[in-house]
Design a protein around this ligand. Sequence first.
Ligand code: SF4
Length: 498
Amino acid sequence: DIAELKQLPEDAPVWPWVTSTADNCLGTECPKYSECPLMNARKEAQEADLVVVNHHLFFADAALRGEGVSELLPSANTVIFDEAHQLPEIAANFFGDSLSTRQVQELGRDALSEAAHSALDLAALNQTVAAVDKACQDLRLSLGEAERRAPWSEVQDTPAVVEAGTALLDALVDLEASLAPQAKTSRGLDACARRAAEQVITLKTILDGSAPNRVYWFETFKRTLVLHSTPLSVAAQLRAQREKHPCTWILTSATLSVAGRFEHLQKRLGLEEADTLRLESPFDFKRQAVFYVPEGMPAPSSPDYTATLTKAMIPVIRAAGGRTFFLFTSHRALREAAGLLRQAQLEYPLLVQGEAGRRELLDNFRSLGNAVLLGTSSFWEGIDVRGETLSCVIIDKLPFGSPGDPVAAARIEHINSSGGNAFRDYQLPQAVLALRQGAGRLIRDPSDTGLLVVGDPRLITKGYGRLFLDSLPGMTRTRKAEVVQRFFTYIANREHLQ
Ligand code: SF4
């Protein structure tokens, strides 16, 4: 697992050299095929009775099967997806296409190194690769300096973007044309020619950006750019996948239902006919947890919202003895709260997302035992801190998706324009599931106790607040700061007695 090698950052330049991808693996044509550890692991998987993989590998396998390429995983008669609430997003990634300038530039470099031992005219190839390189840089520059994610339609007709996109396509077509004649002479060149042909097709479709049921969008980083084509709905592809390889799918997660109903997820995954079962939690939430919605909070859109909430939370954090996750729906709010908590000179260590890696922050949180961790979306799920180390989870606002996210924005527009109600059918259930995930960080064990705070007054003032309240576990509810203080005094006394 790359993330387990802490001494190497996840973006270390060595990774591409030791990572097997569909682009660089030569498969059965590789001279090392018989001794390759990856291939051996796959062979073992093929023979196993039970295989445990992550969602990404499952869908990578599904995507390969779709292309008729050899399978990674054995055919199974039952597939169990745990944390199945993540399936719609992960499937959309796998059934989508993307092309990064880094991928294109890597192809240029690989082509040059493979061509060194071939009959290719190196000087001419050098020129072609230089043109590809320059076109990548020009396309990145044409999208402005800022790092952002935006719909392709926003820039698609800008003259500088059209020019740079066409130049990149022409340069890639040239590269493909120079590699193709020599492809049969070496496996490496053959792989490069195939990659060039695939990149030409992907780039053409994304630049054109007109297929229905797709959203075309881009992400810019400091020097690079990624173009994406993401399906608006994966229901049809998943249905086709299940028809092609019929087997039982079992989806489990603590957050599949919204107010006790599964329709939202079933619709997104095309599983309308599925049998559903909702099992009660093994935890006694009424006894183990208090849910606090503070009184007197301004509207979340108010400019002093974060400051008011942070100040109101200082006595809560003190009562909890640190041991708090403070979760935010935006980086801006997180930075503001971090500044205010530092000014307040809390007597507990402050761990702030962005100031260290996620794993390091979590390890520190666990080992310090009285820390306050400030995080955004990546800390809302998949984190398991049991026991007293985490006694308080504060959520700043109801986690409605960012309106600036191009995929979400396109889905919203698509639902509304086809007669649906995107707020009711998509944004609201998504936010409910996200809130349930964030709240789920608190009680991880039958002996855990803790406080959940949601600062957002819309829980009470808006009609839809009821849907959130009905979807959260049945904790003891309060709006009074004194009840929170009493709760922590009770916990402290109990801990003292233990
Ligand atoms: S088969 Fe060859 S190219 Fe593919 S991962 Fe193994 S060693 Fe690398």
